[in-house]
Design a protein around this ligand. Structure first.
Ligand SMILES: [Zn+2]
Length: 307
């Protein structure tokens, strides 16, 4: 008589067919024989990356860009937050996370978790259990040092997560890196893994950015400045609010709020006035209202519920 092997974790599933995963050799495998190796404590679920994702992986792995800042960014972030010195966008995200509530011990997934700072914050706020996914090994090494939760390597477009197993999915500054097809796939994946009533919290860089600081810089410099190319940004991959609404409806997500942000002054402060006190952000947000209420912003915060 053979004993059935134990399922490794009911929240995890084969990213290719959604089937349960069993320990097999050094890694894990589903019954169809799809195998995924372990790298330290993480499991490597990466298959084929979306076009922008590979570039993003290289940025987070530290070859280019400014992300390779060492392992204690998360601690610095929490310290700066306590000292009231975080950026206005971080305040916005924190307010959004603080405003959500869940049943006890919610399951939280962060897609594109980088060093795990927002997952750690969310778990501290909600006292939940968390999984962070990223495509870059270096990001996960940093997350493993100081982040809360467990971390695995995976594409944002093929989540190694069981259907309807999550109460919340965070996707912050992820969807503008996947190309529009990748964005739609990733949104469908978020909807698939959310339980009914579960919340997607996303921050997305917007194509609808007329008159914002970045768009003004682009116009003034003939495109040399104003797209954050160091962050792997390409304007054609940005996601307009209308496209987000359309793709969310298609994925079975009901939008609860979609708030354009980073009009002009808040973005200016986030770039050039790093020590702006928290209260001043409220004033800057009011100065930006003439843009954001018309739907213009360099990005937007969206919260959507699984129907
Ligand atoms: Zn499989």
């Amino acid at each position: 008589m053979s004993v059935a092997p134990a399922i490794v974790d009911r929240r995890l599933a084969c990213p290719r067919d959604g089937a349960p995963l069993f320990a097999r050799g050094e890694g894990v495998a589903c019954q169809a024989g799809h195998r995924f190796p372990r790298r330290g404590r993480a499991i490597d679920f990466r298959g084929e990356a979306a076009p922008g994702e590979a570039a993003q992986r290289d940025i987070y792995n530290g070859e280019v860009g400014h992300y390779a800042e060492g392992g204690d960014e998360l601690r610095r972030f929490v310290r700066d937050h306590l000292a009231g010195r975080v950026k206005s966008k971080q305040e916005l995200l924190l307010r959004a996370l603080s405003g959500l509530s869940f049943a006890p011990s919610p399951e939280v997934l962060e897609v594109g978790c980088n060093d795990g700072r927002y997952l750690s914050l969310a778990l501290a706020l909600w006292r939940g259990r968390g999984i962070g996914l990223d495509i870059a090994e270096r990001a996960l090494e940093r997350a493993a040092l100081s982040g809360e939760g467990e971390f695995h390597l995976a594409s944002a477009c093929a989540l190694p997560i069981a259907p309807a197993s999550m109460d919340c999915v965070l996707a912050l500054d992820v969807y503008e890196h996947l190309g529009h097809d990748g964005f739609r796939r990733s949104l469908r994946e978020a909807a698939r893994v959310l339980a009914e009533g579960g919340a997607l919290v996303a921050y997305v860089v917007s194509q609808q950015d007329r008159f914002t600081l970045h768009e003004t810089l682009r116009r003034m410099t003939g495109g040399a400045l104003g797209v954050d190319a160091g962050d792997g940004h390409r304007y054609e991959d940005f996601v307009a609010p209308a496209l987000f609404r359309e793709a969310a409806a298609e994925a079975g997500l009901a939008i609860e709020r979609l708030d354009p942000y980073h009009g002009f002054w808040t973005l200016f402060a986030d770039y050039w006035l790093p020590r702006t006190p928290r209260l001043a952000y409220r004033l800057l947000e009011r100065l930006d209202v003439h843009l954001t209420r018309e739907g213009y912003g360099n990005g937007y915060l969206a919260i959507a519920r699984k129907k």
